[in-house]
Design a protein around this ligand. Structure first.
Ligand SMILES: Cc1ncc(COP(=O)(O)O)c(C=O)c1O
Length: 384
């Protein structure tokens, strides 16, 4: 529908601006891709192995295994930990569906536990209540770029002999008590979907671990179960990180720490402008370094506010509108409204504002003025 606003009031601020970042990196990326093409080692080539080493070091872990997607990183990570049919795996209901789907693909059953409404991450008390004799693993999601409550989850894993597979798909470079995600569990899954903090120019993913056995199993799982060429020890998959994507990711990895700093600065600017208005802004726990993959506020009039912003050309979004236990795809698990009240109210109220390393203070101020305008017109009823 065409906007009824005057063109001068249309802002065109996307949720994520990938073009501006490409323009700043174009020469470096083109050189890297050209070099990789000239080498012509297209499948599991030298760019993949170099990226794996560099990305493992970035995470403070020993091994990274480049895979086709973040979904595969979760799925194969679970399999490499020995998770399979008959097992239960506890995770959060307010994640992207891939988190639960990967558990299902491994043959196990996803079991949901409610979240801490302050952080949107798994509540360890709810996790403990969900543990049964079949529980084998926990998949904490470091949602929006904030690490989950890992001390409490690790304590549960020790007490009940569970594996931890981190869903770090939104949290490249985030830290918990000074330790990077990717080094906080048995294995961690990362996505390089283009809009992520570290994004490829297509699909990509990696599983990160410090366990040599898990790393070796992952290398076989992504490559038809091969130990040597044409020797297949078990049936497995073709899920290899593309060599050209690895060349691009190596260039971008060098900028990651600076980009995450810029994201934190942009988030702090939003918070400075929105918190005094009484708006529920994201809360970073003191023990974490949040990398703000998304800057998420809450509103009881979320859908109206979303429309208001979108009509002005501001690319706000919702991550995610329907909790996984209420998705049609999971009807067979028998989830009902009311099962996970904190996750369900988050799904009704969360709103992601534009955030990317290059976002300007002016753009943030424009977005906050629009929110203020909405609030003034709606009696200030934004608080959850
Ligand atoms: C939390 C979370 N888990 C898993 C995934 C799946 O990653 P991919 O799209 O690379 O398969 C994503 C992103 O898409 C995600 O945000």
């Amino acid at each position: 529908m065409p906007s009824l606003l005057e063109p001068s009031r249309l802002m065109n601020i996307p949720l994520v601006d990938l073009k501006i970042q490409y323009r700043s990196l174009a020469a470096e990326i083109q050189q890297a891709v050209q070099r990789a093409m000239e080498r012509a080692d297209f499948i599991l080539g030298s760019e993949v192995s170099a990226f794996e080493e560099e990305f493992a070091a970035f995470c403070g872990a020993k091994y990274a295994v480049g895979l086709a997607t973040g979904t595969d990183a979760l799925h194969l990570g679970l399999r490499a930990c020995g998770i399979g049919p008959g097992d239960e795996v506890i995770t959060a209901p307010n994640s992207f569906i891939a988190t639960a789907a990967a558990i299902t693909f491994s043959g196990a059953t996803p079991v949901f536990a409610d979240i801490d409404p302050r952080t949107f991450n798994l509540d360890p008390v709810a996790v403990e209540q969900a543990i049964t004799p079949r529980t084998r693993a926990i998949v904490p999601v470091h949602l929006y770029g904030q690490p989950a409550d890992m001390d409490a989850l690790q304590a549960l894993a020790r007490r009940y002999d569970l594996k931890i597979i981190e869903d770090a798909c939104q949290a490249h470079g985030a830290e918990y008590k000074g330790q990077r995600v990717g080094s906080l569990g048995d294995v961690a899954a990362f996505s390089f979907y283009p809009g992520k903090n570290l994004g490829a120019y297509g699909d990509g993913g990696a599983a990160v671990t410090s366990d040599p056995q898990i790393a070796e199993t992952l290398r076989m799982l992504r490559n038809y179960g091969q130990s040597r060429k044409y020797h297949h020890d078990f049936l497995a998959f073709n899920s290899r990180l593309d060599n050209l994507q690895a060349a691009i990711l190596r260039v971008k990895l060098r900028h990651m720490d600076a980009w995450n700093r810029k994201r934190r600065k942009a988030a702090a600017h939003y918070t400075r402008l929105l918190a005094p208005e009484g708006m529920p802004v994201p809360r970073a726990m003191p023990e974490v370094s949040h990398v703000y993959h998304l800057y998420v506020i809450r509103s009881t009039r979320r859908d109206e506010l979303l429309r208001f912003l979108n009509e002005r050309g501001i690319g706000a979004g919702i991550h995610y509108p329907i909790p996984i236990h209420l998705q049609s795809a999971y009807a067979a698990l028998g989830g009902r409204p009311g099962d996970f009240p904190n996750a369900e109210s988050a799904c009704r109220e969360v709103l992601s504002l534009p955030l990317f390393p290059e976002i300007t203070r002016d753009q943030i101020e424009t977005i906050c003025s629009a929110i203020r305008e909405f609030q003034a017109a709606n009696g200030g009823a934004l608080a959850a």
